[in-house]
Design a protein around this ligand. Sequence first.
Ligand SMILES: NC(=O)C1=CN([C@@H]2O[C@H](COP(=O)(O)OP(=O)(O)OC[C@H]3O[C@@H](n4cnc5c(N)ncnc54)[C@H](O)[C@@H]3O)[C@@H](O)[C@H]2O)C=CC1
Ligand SMILES: O=C(CO)COP(=O)(O)O
Length: 336
Amino acid sequence: MKIAVIGAGSWGTAISGVAAAKADEVMLWSHDEPVPPSINERHLNPLYLTDYTLPENVSATCSFEEALAGAAGAIVVVPSPFIRATIRSAARYVADDLPILCLTKGIEPHTGKLMHEVIAEELGHPERIAALTGPNHAEEICRGKVAAAVIASETPQVGEFFKELLISPSFRLYASNDMVGIETCGAVKNVIAIACGIAAGAGYGDNTLALIMTRGLAEISRIVCARGGDPMTCMGLAGMGDLVATCTSPHSRNRSFGVAFAGGESLEHYQERTHMIVEGAAAVQSTAELARSLGVDAPITFVLESLLYNNMTLDEALNTLMGRVPTEEFYGLDRD
Ligand SMILES: NC(=O)C1=CN([C@@H]2O[C@H](COP(=O)(O)OP(=O)(O)OC[C@H]3O[C@@H](n4cnc5c(N)ncnc54)[C@H](O)[C@@H]3O)[C@@H](O)[C@H]2O)C=CC1
Ligand SMILES: O=C(CO)COP(=O)(O)O
């Protein structure tokens, strides 16, 4: 059995190693030309997780045709800003019944669409699409450190196919049918992680971080509910689990960017320096747009939007948040 992995960043590289334990062959599609020769000759990605040696049955290519030919399943893991264009370019090599698993975390700007919805729009046949999210830093997964995630799908057999492929003694996978819930959690927790990074970088304490995480989870839950997801999803691995990992881990690019931003570094400089995607920076804008269109109160996201993009100062941000009148702890959690 061959599995195609579309996207050779940190997470695409790590998940290829996981899939290689069960698949006969994993072929990784990379946007970056230096990646395939290095993986094919030395089993090393020269740009991401550079000290992780991939299994011998993982190879790489920059050709969609080569990656997808004869594949029994495809895993999509390109950063959200590139997902629509990438999938559109790959579309003619994707069979109508190919099971697809989406690992990307984001919300499309202007449309408010989740990543599985973008893939479905480009490829059709939404019933063959599943999504996986959870507290899964690639740096730990590639070392086999114990972790878990949720796989959600409209069709149970599709979720089961990917669960069987990726489950291992060190990687537990739970099933869900709430694709909207798990993907919304996965996108918006990145916003909250930036807020935690900024607070940590500015010298605030653990109480402050717990406050941001907890009120962040309330904010995520209101958006999940308004989007038609299940609020219980927010209590699980895709919600609280990933929020805690991303808001506290030194591996998190979103948290680290927040720390750097508090120290005066720009987003452009941070991304150029690390070559990594800060999904939460784009998600600040797309989540704010989505929340406004849904009529959802998202104060942390709105303040971050002003801080990152409209020259609000940190003091003004703090005063805006702390100046709000505290209301009921769990308002806005009704499902429409
Ligand atoms: N790194 C991690 O631990 C985890 C990442 N994710 C999610 O996985 C997704 C991918 O992130 P990473 O693998 O971490 O990426 P990364 O930040 O490690 O690497 C950036 C990726 O973007 C690609 N890229 C750059 N320009 C491109 C273009 N024009 N078209 C297509 N691709 C382009 C690069 O080739 C590279 O694969 C994101 O949505 C992220 O939130 C989810 C869970 C864990
Ligand atoms: O989603 C992630 C861990 O589950 C990765 O988070 P960062 O993009 O902040 O590194």
